[in-house]
Design a binder for this molecule. Structure first.
Ligand code: F6R
Length: 608
């Protein structure tokens, strides 16, 4: 995710752009920049770091000019740096582009343009668009845009300005949000409505394959092939704060609902024609696999819980012993690490102090380190030998949701890749998992479109003092994450127990009405967990089962059932956690908790 803002009118553009970008910082905040056209020349200012750095620079050295585009970045291609920041210029400096999204075929285009003599300054996918526009420009910028759009593949919200066309901004949209703000004698483009709300409540919301030519006094809308279109004006009724959260009341809820997209973004670039895995960013060869003796997965909190699921799929298909450890334990333990060990560190922020220390320790002892992280250029990404990014976009709420589901997917893809190289997975198994992964985004959408049952269960349990989550195998791993989600945002005491362990102690705590959330999604463990449900039921528990669609039998044993779509057992953790995230959210909401900023917790834990 990144944020785009554009302005054309009679006022000075730079303060308007920066103010707009401030409202978009939730979309990314690792670098920021503006490009302003003044007297036929485009000035670009861009810096790594928070928007405040750019703001200070522009305050100290103001830029004149009444039109321009700006960008706040969440790095995908190329680490955060001044040169990788947007806007990006064409070689002649006349065309400038800001971009939100990912250009999938940028390497191919880059090579082609290089062969024509174009020189690239950055590692970004966006820079190819600026050069490509220059390459196609033949006196008509619109024609050049149409040709460039035909050539690029992937997702893009684009803001484009051209020094020879000082009266227009061009906005193009495919799979990344873009709106046009309609002002009086001035107009705007932006990734999201909050950026323009100070100036107008009237906007056009662009759809895929649409573009806009935005002038001071007019807006022309068209398809990307040039066919003119008309659109209804959308009148915004929300306030700025609600708009930043996309109309959701909390960032956590917004991020729960962003999961289908985060899953798609993490999976699709790594699925080759829907039948194989392509992992360009990591370098694990068949040769390496021959000498690999053990794997560690090291992480904290939710990321540790994702690691537990990773262990299951790695051991099942790669057939190499895999140990999952909490980073703060690992770093003071006696781990078995040598050059035949792969240490996978998992971290949303890429900055967690204990995980970083575990990574450094592993490298010192000769292990190869592979990071799964959501933040390009983070310390953990920089210090690891290989990086596999989760493309979840910035996660603002303290309670991690979309990072967890995408971490599970990254681990699943990694396991499939390693198992292929290890020749330890049957072709049919791999095909079946990939097929199921492909449908995962729509399965999660299904859950998110029908939440009433979950909300009404929350109504029944939100006054509880204590709750338990039970399951076996990966259901137990998901139970641990479900339990953490509940306790951190609702402040209800909660514990996850391996269902078979109940009778060894915890059963003593089950009383009349104690909520027990029982995950029963694993076919081979179903009967066993069902017996444990009966055990807690006999002690008065109020049982809420998470089961696969089609399992009507479970209704006889549980008080309530939350169904998840039917997927193969290996990938149930993704659909299973979504209702548990929502349940925690609704419970916390009904208790009046500060959901996005729970007490005593911080988003990034950079101290030991
Ligand atoms: C819980 C949560 C934390 C983090 C943990 C690790 O919802 O967010 O448990 O998962 O602090 O953080 P990262 O993944 O940034 O290393």
């Amino acid at each position: 995710m990144c944020g785009i803002m554009g302005y054309i009118g009679a006022k000075k553009a730079s303060p308007i752009l920066i103010e707009g970008l401030e409202k978009l910082e939730y979309r990314g905040y690792d670098s920021a920049g503006v490009a302003i056209l003044d007297e036929g020349k485009i000035q670009v200012r861009k810096f790594k770091g928070k928007l405040s750095i750019l703001k200070l620079d522009v305050e100290e050295n103001p830029i004149e000019g009444n039109m321009g585009i700006g960008h706040t970045r969440w790095a995908t291609h190329g680490e955060p740096s001044d040169v990788n920041s947007h806007p990006h210029k064409s070689s002649d400096g006349k065309i400038v582009v800001v971009h939100n999204g990912i250009i999938e075929n940028y390497m191919e285009i880059k090579e082609e343009l290089k062969s024509f003599g174009y020189k690239f300054l950055s590692d970004t996918d966006t820079e190819v668009i600026a050069h490509l526009l220059e390459y196609y420009y033949n006196g008509d910028i619109l024609e050049a845009v149409k040709k460039a759009i035909n050539k690029i593949e992937g997702a893009y919200g684009l803001g484009i300005i051209h020094a020879d066309n000082p009266d227009m901004l061009i906005a193009v949209k495919k799979d990344s949000p873009l709106i046009v703000g309609i002002g009086e004698g001035e107009n705007f483009i932006a990734s999201d409505i909050p950026a323009v709300l100070k100036y107008t409540r009237k906007v056009y919301i662009l759809e895929n394959h649409e573009m806009a030519i935005v002038k001071k006094d007019s807006i022309s809308l068209m398809k990307t092939d040039g066919t003119p279109i008309t659109k209804e004006v959308f009148n915004v009724t929300w306030d700025v704060e609600a708009a930043e959260k996309g109309g959701y009341e909390h960032f956590m809820l917004k991020e729960i609902y962003e999961q289908p997209k985060a899953i798609r973004d993490t999976l699709l670039p790594r699925l080759s024609n829907g039948v194989d895995i392509k992992m360009d960013s990591i370098n694990i060869s068949k040769e390496y696999m021959k000498n690999l003796r053990r794997i560690y997965i090291v992480a904290c909190g939710t990321a540790y819980h994702a690691g537990l699921i990773g262990k299951d799929i790695l051991e099942r298909y790669v057939r190499i012993p895999t140990i999952v450890d909490i980073a703060s334990e690992f770093r003071y333990g006696y781990p078995f690490i040598d050059q035949n060990t792969l240490v996978i560190v998992v971290s949303q922020s890429g900055e967690t102090a204990d995980t970083l220390a575990a990574l450094r320790l592993s490298k010192e002892k000769g292990a190869r380190a592979l990071a799964i992280t959501n933040v390009v250029g983070s310390s953990i990404a920089r210090e690891s030998d290989d990086v596999l990014y989760t493309w979840a976009g910035p996660e603002i709420a303290v309670a991690s949701t979309k990072a967890y589901t995408t971490q599970i997917l990254a681990l699943t893809l990694l396991a499939l890749d390693m198992a292929t190289k290890n020749e330890s997975i049957a072709h049919e198994d791999k095909e079946c998992i990939i097929e199921n992964l492909t449908h995962l985004p729509s399965k999660v959408e299904e859950i998110l479109s029908n939440v009433e049952n979950i909300n009404s269960i929350a109504e029944e349990i939100y006054r509880s003092q204590s709750m338990f989550y039970i399951g076996r195998g990966i259901d137990y791993d998901v139970a641990r994450e479900g339990s953490l989600k509940l306790k951190e945002i609702s402040y209800i005491h909660s514990e996850a127990i391996a269902a078979g362990e109940l009778k060894h102690g915890t059963l003593a705590l089950i009383e009349e009405g104690t909520p027990v959330i029982a995950l029963v999604t694993q076919d081979r463990l179903y009967d066993k967990t069902l017996s444990n449900i009966k055990e807690v039921k006999a002690r008065g528990a109020y049982v809420i089962a998470i089961a696969k669609e089609g399992n009507s039998e479970i209704q006889k044993s549980a008080d309530k059932v939350i169904y998840i779509p039917d997927v193969i057992d290996e990938i149930t953790p993704v659909p299973s956690i979504v209702p548990l995230q929502l349940l925690s959210y609704y419970v916390a909401y009904k208790r009046g908790c500060d959901i996005d900023k729970p007490k005593n917790l911080a988003k990034s834990v950079t101290v030991e």
